[in-house]
Structures are given as structure tokens and as C-alpha cells.
Ligand binder design. Structure first.
Ligand code: HEM
Ligand SMILES: *[C@@H]1O[C@H](CO)[C@@H](O)[C@H](O)[C@H]1NC(C)=O
Ligand SMILES: *[C@@H]1O[C@H](CO)[C@@H](O)[C@H](O)[C@H]1NC(C)=O
Ligand SMILES: *[C@@H]1O[C@H](CO)[C@@H](O)[C@H](O)[C@H]1NC(C)=O
Ligand SMILES: *[C@@H]1O[C@H](CO)[C@@H](O)[C@H](O)[C@H]1NC(C)=O
Length: 671
């Protein structure tokens, strides 16, 4: 029942972050669901209040930050301030302080000024824009079926439509899943998972608790194939955290997700999401991030308190910029480790090339290159394989060019689309349930992936990091094009619960987010809304439609998240048409709303074209060769399985970035 523990966590995290709390507001297109009620609307003509930030942060002499309303994305009004004065820690939780945007600077750690027209958007606490307006029941409860009854059990839907077992993918390696989950954790926070540990009455007496508004437990049919012997009839599940929960918005507005990660591909995992946090992880010399040696592995300091999964002899919990997210899942903490080391590798090399550069210049340049690599690998190496290269080119997600791609559009507000972050949970389908460990091409052992949650201390003992790293590029991902999920993920994804099903949860999060029915998204994405069950055959195989028709009362009740899991793939891609449509919107938004996207030119801090073309030389294989623990050989297309066309080669044969393009002549002149 008690929410205060969570609020406390936010206040602690946010006040550590307080000197720049940014967010965004309801634009006409992306926020059709947000029609502010009169009590929170800024009055006409109210120009907003400009003032010194209340919590001290390092600001440039004479700079006066403007306090933005996190949710609405406008300078805070007097009326709104009075409202927040009555909210516990309201100023910390619901506002963002924005230093004036400066034409000369590059990307800020805190995400402010990512689009100078909407300076607070792109910061933590930026609300998640929606493609379609939310539909909730009264008081933001879960939307019922069209006839007013409760929607069917998400567990029953899952067990009816999707089986569980281990099947290997023909194309992808497990490394692809690692990189992808890290990309998700880079732009949205998963703090709501802590609610699993603090709300404990969602399944009191083995029955779904429909009274506690924080609970959305999943009812389990008596004859559930797996849970029947244990007699489990209810799966614990709590709701996501909203602006309403922290007090920024009244419940009369649609519930909107509250997140304290910058909603962009900006390596917030490594650098943090605020200036203060970023300063805490820097070494303050040589442009480096603070590091130490753990055996022969370069790692960050290791005393973060958040690794609840570490066993007694696992003592490290790495102090990354975002030390909750970055220690959360094995795919995330491995990937974050590689990009942490990449930063220091770049900084050391740049210092050699440009001996006259100081800490700040080295740090910002290494960070810019690192983020550019991160964006490049995501957009150019992973996404085209999932969406189809031809599709990605046609939609303007990627370009074949050796120049800039100047598609920055100042009218677009930075953010991560709500349907994207929930919809891409579908990639749980190719996440292996067990992670293989290899040493010198020999299989050693494997471990159930959920047992490594919040447990980055595991990496330090017994050569585990090296073995998990070698394992992830040798091990195939789980099979993409089937309807089967790993039992580790759909029976006990949260090990401290007796039972938990990640895909049933994926379905529930669609309800939690208030997504309208699948039919609305069909229309939005250019398909005909279905009137009969047969109308669904254009996107879903008849055998799956048949099952849907038994479980749902009518076609109009079919949900977006369920449909995403059963849609047939579009040509050349590994996903169905609706998720494709959602991902295209988000990937375009990320590049077009972000002034500092790596391919953009035309501002002082932009990469030069020769530098940009160096970024285009790198690959995930190169990043692992340079930063993976004990990587000497790897297949060049490392997101793919090894095979006759993709055999491991020595790292020397994998091309990379030539930093000579960053040589600063003024250093040599001065000598
Ligand atoms: C070790 C492997 C993984 C485990 C144990 C895992 C587990 C989880 C869990 C427990 C949740 C939250 C469930 C809830 O909402 O209550 C979640 C959310 C999510 N997962 Fe995974 N996952 C894994 C891999 C992946 C992969 C490979 C992807 C690929 C994109 C992914 C994408 C997501 C996304 C997008 C969310 C939703 C984030 C949000 O709404 O904040 N996960 N995962
Ligand atoms: C948050 O509110 C509580 C209760 O009023 C107060 O004790 C605490 O100091 C506030 N925290 C911050 C960081 O202002
Ligand atoms: C650490 O503890 C785990 C379980 O508690 C055990 O399996 C493992 O062998 C231990 N490792 C080391 C390096 O002591
Ligand atoms: C380390 O791994 C080896 C081989 O898998 C195993 O035999 C040994 O018990 C492990 N040691 C510890 C301390 O975990
Ligand atoms: C749900 O949570 C309660 C309280 O933490 C726990 O006793 C129960 O076993 C959980 N149910 C399942 C199915 O995990």
C-alpha cells in the first residue's frame, strides 16, 4: 500500500540530480491524450517565473537557470508553482532547471537543450509521448473490454498463444539481445521494478487484489499447465510509476509514466543523466572516468548499494553514471562495461595525440565519440537487421552517404515514445533464458539469466566476465520467428517471486499504459481496422486468430501488445507491421528531434565530415575487441552467429576508428 519508500528513492535520486531537472510538455501531435485540466493549465499571458535554482549546482557565473515544469515543458508559472508547493518535494520531483542553451556547446549530460526550442525536453522526467491518446477506465484504472467486462487473463493469453522452450535462432547471436536491452535501459528508467519488493499484497490469499490501486495482479486459470501443480492462482504485479504517483499531476489527467532517465541514446548508463552524477563518476584528470583494476580488468569503482542480487562473495556493484539501470541485467552491465572502457580508451589515445588538451576537452571529446559509436552501432548495425535494411533506408532511419545527414527538425520534441518502450518488450522473444559461458572456444557452463538480475558482482569472480563475453557472441539468440519463449523468462523472471511471466507482464504493461485496442493502431499504421476475425488474417496467421477469437469476446477487444506477439513478419524484417510502424516513428523521432545526433552537422560542436566517416568504420566487434575481457578473435558481424560466412578472425583484422582525424594542430604548434 505504502508508496513512501518509492517517493523517498526518487527524492534521493532526484535531489542528487536536482540542479537540472528537465522534461517536456504536451505538443499537439505527439500528445493527443494530454488535455490538461483547468487546475494545471498555465493561465493565458503568464510568461513564467525565472529564478535561481533552489538546489545548488555548478552553474557558470552569471547564468540564471530557468525552472521548467517537467511535465508541461514550459517555464513554470506562478499558478503551477503554488500547486507544487503543496506537493511533497514537488519542486524537486516536478521541475527541471535549464541553464540557457548555448550555441557553442555540445550534448549536455542532462539532456537539456537537446532541442533548443524545447529546452527541457530530453532531460530526465521528460514525459513519454504517445502515438495515440490513452484510454483508461474511470480514475485511470485499467481499460475494460468494450462491453465493460474485465479483459482476459494475460497469463491465459500467454500460455494459449505462446509456448515455452529453448529454440535457437538461425541468425542472431546473444550479443544482439545484450546490446538491445542496454539501449532500452539507456532511455527509460526501470525503478518501478522496486515496487515488486515493497508492495506485497497484490496476491493476498492467492487471489488477485482488486482494491489496492497500485496492484494489477494477473489471475491464473486453475488448469494452468505449469502453475496448476503448485496451486498458484495469482501473479503479483504492480503498476508503473506515474506523474500522478509522485504528485505532479492530478488523477483527473490520464496517467503518464514518470521516468528519470534521459529519453535518448546518449549513454546515460555510463555518464549519468545529470551533471552532478556525471561529475561523481569522472576521474577529473586526463578526461577519464574514475576507474580501478579488479584483477586485470579495468572497472569503475564498485560500492554502489543497488546490487540486491549479489551473493555474499560478490562484492562489486559498479558506480556507473546510472548505477541502478546499469547494474540491472547481465546484457546491460556487460554492454555498459564495454562502453565505459571505450571512453577511457578514447581519452587515453586522444591525450597522446593532443598533449595540450586538458581534462574537460579530453572528456567531452571522448564522450562525443563514444556516444556517436553507440548511436552508429544501434542505427546502422543492429536496427537494419531487425527492421530490414531496405525498409530502414526507405524510411530515412539510415542513409547511404559519406556526408552529414541533416534531418534535425526543431519542431520535434525529444522523447521516447510510450508505445515503443512497451512494444519493444516483444524482443524478450529472442532473449535466451540461459546464458552460456565459454573459455577458449570451449563451453564451460550456463546460468539462468534472471539469476543474474542486479548482480554485476558476478563478473569479478572466476573469470566470469570473460566467459560471459565469449559466450554471448558464440551463443545463438533464441529463435525469433516462432511463438516460443524461454521458460526462465515466462515462469520465474523475478526469482524472488514463486512465479512470474515476463510476456504476460508485457501484455499487462500495455493495459497499464492505457493503450487503445489493436484496431486503432491498425488504422494509425495504415491497415484496415478489422470488423470480423477473418479481417485479421492479413497480419496474423489463422490459427492464432482462431485462438484470439476464443479468448476475446470481440475483435475490437484484441490488444496491441498481444497482437505484436502474434503478427506475421513483414518482408525482410524480424517483426510484424504494427511494431515496425511504432519503431519507425520512434527511430525517426530520436534522430530528428536531437540536434546532436551524430550524423548532424552545421553547429560548432558537430563532428567534422572526416571524423564522422571514421565513426562509420566501427562495429560492435571492434568495441568488443578493444574493451571486452580477453577478446582476441571474434566474428566480424558479431550480432550474428558464427558460421561459414561469419567466421571468427583475429581482432587485428577488424577495422576501427582512426583518431588521427581528431589531431589538434595547435598542440604541435605550441611545442
Ligand atoms: C536477461 C534477460 C532479460 C530479463 C531477465 C528481462 C526482464 C525484464 C523484466 C523483469 C522487465 C519488467 C517487467 C515489468 O514490467 O514488470 C523487463 C522489461 C523490459 N524489457 Fe526485458 N528482460 C531481459 C531482456 C530484454 C531484452 C533482450 C530486451 C530487448 C529489447 C528487453 C526489453 C525490455 C523492455 C523494453 C522492457 C520495458 C522497459 C520499461 O517499460 O521500462 N529485455 N524485462
Ligand atoms: C522532502 O520532504 C520532506 C518532508 O517535508 C523533507 O523532510 C525533506 O527534506 C524533503 N527533501 C528534500 C531533498 O528537500
Ligand atoms: C561465491 O559464492 C557462490 C554461491 O554463494 C559460489 O557458488 C561460488 O563458488 C563462490 N565464488 C567464489 C569465487 O568464492
Ligand atoms: C570456477 O569455475 C570452475 C570451472 O567452471 C569451477 O570448477 C570452480 O568451482 C569455480 N570456482 C569458483 C570459486 O566459483
Ligand atoms: C506474491 O507476493 C506475496 C508477498 O510477497 C508472496 O507471498 C507470494 O508468494 C507471491 N506470489 C507468487 C505467485 O509469487
Amino acid at each position: 500500500m505504502n508508496n513512501s519508500f518509492l517517493i523517498l528513492i526518487f527524492v534521493v535520486l532526484c535531489s542528487v540530480r536536482a540542479q537540472e531537472l528537465p522534461l517536456f510538455g504536451p505538443g499537439p501531435e505527439l500528445f493527443p491524450g494530454l488535455i490538461p485540466g483547468p487546475e494545471v493549465l498555465p493561465p493565458e499571458g503568464d510568461k513564467g517565473v525565472t529564478e535561481q535554482v533552489p538546489i545548488t549546482g555548478k552553474t557558470v557565473e552569471g547564468e540564471v537557470p530557468v525552472i521548467y515544469d517537467a511535465y508541461f515543458g514550459k517555464p513554470i508559472t506562478l499558478k503551477r508553482r503554488n500547486f507544487l508547493d503543496n506537493v511533497l518535494n514537488g519542486t524537486i520531483l516536478c521541475t527541471v532547471a535549464v541553464r540557457p542553451c548555448n550555441k557553442k556547446e555540445g550534448r549536455r549530460v542532462d539532456g537539456t537543450c537537446t532541442n533548443p526550442k524545447y529546452p527541457s525536453r530530453g532531460a530526465e522526467k521528460t514525459p513519454l509521448p504517445r502515438l495515440l491518446p490513452a484510454q483508461y477506465g474511470p480514475g485511470n484504472t485499467l481499460r475494460p473490454a468494450r462491453d465493460g467486462s474485465e479483459l482476459p487473463s494475460a497469463r491465459f493469453l500467454r500460455t494459449s498463444l505462446l509456448g515455452d522452450g529453448y529454440f535457437r535462432d538461425h541468425h542472431f547471436s546473444t550479443l544482439a539481445t545484450h546490446f538491445q536491452v542496454a539501449s532500452a535501459a539507456d532511455n527509460v528508467d526501470l525503478l518501478y521494478l522496486l515496487r515488486y519488493t515493497i508492495v506485497s499484497d497484490c496476491c493476498l490469499g492467492n487471489t488477485p487484489n482488486r482494491v489496492n490501486p497500485l496492484c494489477i495482479p494477473i489471475s491464473v486459470p486453475e488448469d494452468d499447465p505449469f502453475l496448476q501443480p503448485a496451486g498458484i492462482r495469482c501473479l503479483n504485479l504492480t503498476r508503473i510509476i506515474t506523474y500522478q504517483d509522485v504528485g505532479c499531476l492530478p488523477n483527473s489527467l490520464p496517467a503518464e509514466r514518470y521516468s528519470i532517465a534521459t529519453p535518448l541514446l546518449d549513454l546515460g548508463l555510463v555518464y549519468g543523466n545529470t551533471e552532478l552524477r556525471s561529475r561523481l563518476v569522472r576521474a577529473n584528470q586526463g578526461g577519464l572516468l574514475a576507474f580501478r583494476m579488479e584483477g586485470d580488468r579495468e572497472v569503475p569503482n564498485g560500492n554502489s548499494p543497488l546490487c540486491l542480487g549479489n551473493s555474499a562473495n560478490e562484492t562489486s556493484c559498479y558506480n556507473y553514471g546510472d548505477d541502478y539501470q546499469a547494474n540491472l541485467l547481465p546484457g546491460i552491465y556487460l554492454t555498459t562495461m564495454w562502453f565505459f572502457r571505450e571512453h577511457n580508451r578514447l581519452a587515453r589515445r586522444l591525450a597522446k595525440i593532443n598533449p595540450c588538451w586538458g581534462d574537460e576537452k579530453l572528456f567531452q571529446t571522448a564522450r562525443q565519440i563514444n556516444i556517436a559509436e553507440w548511436q552508429y552501432i544501434f542505427y546502422y548495425e543492429l536496427m537494419p537487421e531487425i527492421l530490414g535494411r531496405k525498409n530502414a533506408l526507405e524510411k530515412g532511419i539510415i542513409y547511404e552517404t559519406d556526408g552529414y545527414v541533416n534531418d534535425f527538425d526543431p519542431h520535434q520534441e525529444p522523447g521516447v515514445i510510450r508505445e515503443y518502450i512497451v512494444g519493444t518488450r516483444w524482443f524478450h522473444t529472442y532473449q535466451p533464458g540461459r546464458l552460456d559461458m565459454y573459455s577458449k572456444k570451449q563451453y564451460q557452463s550456463s546460468i539462468s539469466a534472471p539469476l543474474l538480475t542486479l548482480r554485476s558482482g558476478y563478473l569479478a569472480n572466476n573469470d566470469s566476465e570473460a566467459q560471459l563475453t565469449e559466450g554471448c557472441y558464440i551463443q545463438p539468440a533464441d529463435k525469433f520467428d516462432d511463438y516460443v519463449l524461454a521458460p526462465d523468462l515466462v515462469q520465474r523472471v523475478i526469482p524472488r517471486l514463486r512465479a512470474s511471466d515476463v510476456s504476460a507482464t508485457d501484455f499487462m504493461r500495455g493495459r497499464d499504459a492505457g493503450f487503445p485496442p489493436y484496431n486503432h493502431y491498425r488504422k494509425f499504421c495504415g491497415l484496415k481496422p478489422a470488423k470480423t476475425w477473418e479481417d485479421l488474417h492479413d497480419t496474423i496467421d489463422p490459427d492464432k486468430v482462431e485462438i484470439l477469437s476464443r479468448i476475446y469476446d470481440e475483435v475490437e477487444d484484441v490488444e496491441l501488445m498481444v497482437a505484436i506477439y502474434v503478427e506475421r513478419f513483414i518482408p525482410g524484417a524480424f517483426l510484424g507491421p504494427t511494431l515496425y510502424c511504432i519503431m519507425v516513428h520512434n527511430l525517426l523521432l530520436w534522430r530528428q528531434s536531437d540536434k546532436f545526433f551524430f550524423e548532424h552537422g552545421g553547429f560548432p560542436a558537430a563532428l567534422t565530415i572526416p571524423q564522422l566517416n571514421q565513426i562509420r568504420q566501427t562495429s560492435i566487434a571492434r568495441v568488443l575487441c578493444d574493451n571486452g575481457d580477453d577478446v582476441k578473435h571474434i566474428q566480424p558481424a558479431a550480432f550474428f552467429r558464427q558460421g561459414p560466412w561469419n567466421t571468427p578472425v583475429p581482432c587485428q583484422e577488424i577495422k576501427g576508428i582512426n583518431l588521427d582525424k581528431w589531431r589538434d594542430r595547435s598542440c604541435t604548434r605550441r611545442k
